[in-house]
Unconditional design. Structure first.
Length: 143
């Protein structure tokens, strides 16, 4: 036996219920009953918690990949700098002023180029990945 219940719903809710009922070819009462049962079901909270947990796990894995990539980039950059310093000979005292001026100019140009690339949305990682993908495709092509 079913009980009759009188509800007041917004026109937007009524339209959504009507649309779902028509699409699923079921009655509006069945749509409302299913919605109410899913809301008051004890499994509802468990399902929601499981969905949130899956999303959080995905976000955590993504953040871990980002952190790993950042560590690799930093290590590579520091290793390059160390190698460059080790391979560079010291500048004589009489050429130090001109070398510092040239260094400031190069640094300014570097910052401008970096700013321009970032503004354009370019990424060396993306370019290198694309080049690698293209070179792999060339290797796979028959001669």
């Amino acid at each position: 036996m079913t009980a009759r219940l009188c509800l007041r719903l917004s026109p937007k809710s009524i339209a959504a219920i009507s649309e779902l009922a028509a699409r699923k070819r079921i009655t509006k009462a069945a749509v409302v009953e299913t919605a109410v049962l899913s809301l008051i079901s004890p499994d509802h909270n468990d399902q929601r918690e499981a969905a949130i947990s899956r999303r959080l796990d995905k976000i955590i894995r993504h953040n871990e990949r980002l952190e790993r990539n950042q560590i690799i980039s930093s290590e590579a950059f520091m290793l390059f700098i160390r190698s460059w310093f080790a391979a560079s000979s010291p500048i004589p005292q009489e050429a130090l002023a001109s070398a510092q001026a040239k260094g400031r100019e190069r640094y300014k140009n570097f910052i401008e180029a970096l700013s321009q690339r970032l503004h354009q949305g370019k990424s060396l990682n993306k370019e290198l990945s694309e080049e690698e993908r293209l070179s792999e495709n060339k290797i796979d092509e028959p001669i």
